[in-house]
Ligand binder design. Structure first.
Ligand code: XBP
Ligand code: MG
Length: 263
């Protein structure tokens, strides 16, 4: 194997979490006596702003409030976001979120092959920990050599900071690592840091343009949820295995752009 580490984004990649985030934001707004309610369509637009605190601040600034009101609300953002995180972790701990197809399988294959694992996410460490523990068990946290959450770097995605932070902690060059993302913002972050990037969009990001993705798939696939026909044909198998990933990454020959549309 030439691949030395797999670096996973969390929201949308490990699991399809953004609906739970949206519900947690709205629960926090209610708890703080705010009459804000983020619909699915509005939240889809707000996802262009990475980081929950930054997203709430952006929303306040977009409402043309009186300067004093805006300042007072911005002062509340950290507290509102802490409440939101409590609601999100409650949803996760209640078992409402499961890993996307192929994630657990690929993590196990990587460990068996002696490949390191890392996380590079914009969300909070509390959210990441809750998701890993609720889906893989407490001991699974130790499988990851590095878990990097949004606030450890000065700039969130699409800046490359979080991936560069992970590479420095892994002491690996970007050329020997592969990133997994769900959004164009995340892809740009990983690519700017020099990583081969696999993109598996969700319903929140499927309409984005991923022509620049090194590999675009509907999901990582597994025996119970195989890849779509076109993806399976391109990869020569029903799911993205470590062996196929290593070969693709080494050969740097990717399926023709035209065939990159996730089926
Ligand atoms: C996606 C994000 C996060 C989540 C909300 O993170 O941008 O902000 O939408 O989580 P990822 P927080 O990099 O894992 O795709 O409220 O904790 O930010
Ligand atoms: Mg994501």
């Amino acid at each position: 194997m030439n691949v030395e580490a797999l670096v996973f984004d969390v929201d949308g990649t490990l699991a399809d979490t953004e609906e739970a985030h949206r519900r947690a934001f709205n629960a926090a707004f209610r708890e703080h006596g705010l009459d804000w309610k983020w619909s699915r369509s509005l939240y889809g637009e707000l996802l262009e702003v990475t980081g929950g605190k930054e997203r709430i601040t952006h929303y306040i600034e977009s409402r043309n409030l009186a300067p004093d009101d805006a300042e007072r609300l911005k002062w509340m953002v950290p507290c509102i976001h802490r409440t939101k995180t409590l609601h999100f972790t409650e949803f996760v701990e209640a078992g409402e979120i499961s890993l996307r197809p192929g994630v657990n399988r690929l993590i196990s294959e990587a460990l068996d092959a002696g490949i390191k694992l890392a996380i590079a996410s914009t969300t909070t460490l509390d959210n990441i920990r809750a998701l890993i523990v609720s889906t893989l068990g407490f001991s699974a946290l130790a499988r990851f050599n590095v878990i990097a959450s949004g606030d450890v770097v000065p700039e969130k995605k699409p800046a490359p900071d979080i991936y560069r932070y992970v590479l420095s902690r892994l002491r690996l060059a970007p050329q020997s690592c592969i990133a997994f993302e769900d959004s164009e913002i995340g892809r740009r972050s990983a690519k700017s840091a020099g990583l081969f990037t696999v993109v598996t969009p969700t319903s929140w990001t499927r309409t984005q343009c991923f022509d620049a993705a090194d590999l675009l798939l509907r999901s990582l696939g597994e025996s119970t949820e195989p890849l779509g026909e076109a993806d399976a044909r391109r990869l020569g198998g029903q799911w993205l295995s470590i062996e196929v990933l290593d070969a693709l990454h080494n050969s740097r020959t990717f399926p023709p752009v035209g065939e990159r549309k996730a089926t």
